[in-house]
Design a protein around this ligand. Structure first.
Ligand code: GLC
Length: 550
């Protein structure tokens, strides 16, 4: 594999790049399909590096690309040291890292430490070995309750619905824990062998020049000893923070587990970085993961969870910044990802809809959501900290709520007994061209169908229209790169109108977002960028502006 010394375009002198970087999330199945099998792939990503460089992102995060039965779209990993043949080869992966680096873009992968696949050699060995064996000790195997062990060991549930336990079809009849799909057995992080294995996996990819990792379910690794019942808390809470004291989410020792990961990352030149997916009960708790000796960054889902509401957003931003400041970590802002409804749709729903997972029957106003999404990205990119973009948000793609049931692929659909449609609606393949098969995604039938009216949301259409979402993103990223004020920590709220979020960064820059029903006057200065045209110099409702102060 390549080493980073072969790359030329990255600035290795800036060791703090991750504190204010903009990272683009690539959902590999749906980004670009180079080989025409209907599924995105590594070579598809390679073919679009020019697009990503032009967009102006600093890094990519690629969802799991490892060999996998794809029971949960790759989050069921069968081999952590290879690439799924459907996505490409290790050679292709090497080439991608080299080419991204040459374009000045870093590459983060996705590590899945909480569970692997039931087709991983470890789990196959565990099934073939007796209770009490070292092979079973890598997982959570337990005898069942009831006279004949016919009841699960406790009341834990799968995030996707149903029991969190499955019984082996064997004379010993032990059960194994899976907090997600039945094909995703949870690993036992009290076992030193498990800890050593993941350090070695990290080393494998770091040696390959990969710049860091997003950590999947980073808050889940330890389980309360004795695996006590949940009791009242025994309900699926996908997208909700776990309650404090929960027996399998965010156990007290989890943040410190990552010290060994940090030491390893720091031993590389240049050091490698981490971003955690940690759904925890408070921003204070999140900050525990971000102590200097633990991880670098973690997604701030507390703001993601806000409706388009002045008070909710302002207080969440404030609380997140305050909690991160205590440990000296940057906040990592995120509007959308592959697990939640796209924010154009979320912001187009009413204030009583679930902030992350609406129901298809919730009324939605897409033009309104789009207008707010334009304001939201200017707000997000003006805040101090790091930002993650989810592929397609730069095109203003909405959630697809009408995928035919027989095409739904998310295990949530089956495991919830067809009561929750799951997350496919935010995972629909990207439209690259106005016309042609799958709007230029690839030559094959895409793994999820695209809406027939996505022509004008395609990259091709938006490139030709300076008023498009794509150009707003490109312009905002360009300005963000150019303005030194947007890279440091300086931040001051501007007080004034109650229904406005406004702040300065340093002496010379202000961001104003108007949630009021009337247009508002802007501070004195030159408008650098606005999410919609100003009205006689005033900022309309649901709009944002960036200003160089006079
Ligand atoms: C994370 C992933 C999600 C996956 C789950 C289980 O939440 O983002 O897509 O289903 O973990 O790995």
């Amino acid at each position: 594999m390549v080493t980073t010394s072969t790359s030329t375009a990255l600035d290795h002198t800036n060791l703090d790049w991750w504190r204010s970087s903009v990272t683009y999330q690539i959902y590999i199945r749906s980004f670009a399909d180079a080989d025409g099998d209907g599924m995105g792939d590594v070579n598809g990503i390679r073919s679009r590096i020019g697009y990503l460089a032009e967009l102006g992102v600093d890094a990519l995060w690629i969802n799991p690309w490892y060999p996998s039965p794809q029971a949960d779209a790759g989050y069921d990993v069968a081999d952590y040291r290879d690439i799924e043949p459907e996505f490409g080869t290790l050679e292709d992966g090497r080439a991608l890292v080299t080419e991204a680096h040459a374009a000045g873009i870093r590459v983060l992968l996705d590590i899945v430490p909480n569970h692997n696949s039931d087709e991983h050699v470890w789990f196959e060995a565990a099934v073939a070995s007796p209770p009490g064996s070292p092979e079973r000790a890598r997982f959570h195997f337990r005898p069942g309750r009831g006279d004949n062990g016919e009841l699960p060991p406790n009341d834990w549930v799968s995030e996707f619905g149903g029991s969190g336990w499955t019984r082996l079809d064997q004379p010993d009849g032990e059960w194994y824990l899976h907090l997600f799909d039945v094909k995703q057995p949870d690993l036992n992080w009290d076992n030193p062998e498990v800890r050593a294995e993941f350090l070695d996996v990290l080393r494998f990819w770091f040696d390959a020049g990969v710049d860091g990792f997003r950590i999947d379910v980073a808050h889940g690794l330890l389980k309360a000893s004795g695996l006590p019942d949940l009791g009242e808390a025994a309900k699926p809470r996908l997208g909700q923070p776990p309650i404090p004291g929960h027996p399998h989410w965010d156990q007290p020792g989890v943040p410190d587990l990552y010290r060994a990961w940090r030491e390893l990352a720091d031993s590389y030149d240049p050091p490698r970085v981490f971003v955690a997916e940690a759904w925890v009960s408070s921003v204070q708790r999140l900050a525990e993961y971000l102590r200097p000796e633990n991880l670098h960054t973690a997604f701030d889902f507390h703001t993601t969870r806000c409706h388009w509401d002045f008070e909710e957003l302002r207080s969440a931003i404030s609380a997140s910044m305050a909690a991160h400041r205590v440990v000296g970590a940057p906040v990592t802002w995120v509007l959308s990802n592959h697990d939640i409804d796209r924010h154009v749709t979320r912001y187009g729903r009413g204030p009583t809809a679930h902030p992350l997972h609406g129901r298809p029957e919730d009324p939605v106003d897409i033009p309104l959501g789009t207008r707010r999404a334009r304001a939201a990205i200017l707000l997000e990119l003006a805040l101090p900290g790091a930002v993650y973009l989810y592929q397609g948000e730069e095109l203003g793609l909405p959630q697809v709520d009408d995928i035919p049931e027989d095409r739904l692929a998310d295990p949530v659909w089956e495991r919830s007994g067809h009561t929750r449609r799951g997350r496919d609606g935010c995972r629909v393949p990207i439209p690259w061209t106005r016309s042609g098969p799958s709007f230029g995604f690839g030559d094959g039938e895409p793994w999820l169908p695209q809406p027939s009216n996505w022509s004008e949301l395609s990259v091709e259409a938006e490139e030709g229209d300076h008023a498009s979402m794509l150009w707003l993103y490109r312009d905002a990223l360009r300005v963000r790169h150019q303005l030194p004020e947007l890279h440091g920590d300086e931040f001051t709220w501007l007080e004034g109108n109650d229904k406005v979020i406004a702040f300065t960064r340093g002496d010379g820059f202000a961001c104003v977002v108007n949630f009021d029903s009337q247009p508002i006057e802007l501070p004195e200065g030159a408008v650098l960028l606005s999410s919609v045209a100003l009205e006689n110099g005033a900022l309309p409702t649901d709009a944002a502006a960036w200003i160089t102060l006079a």
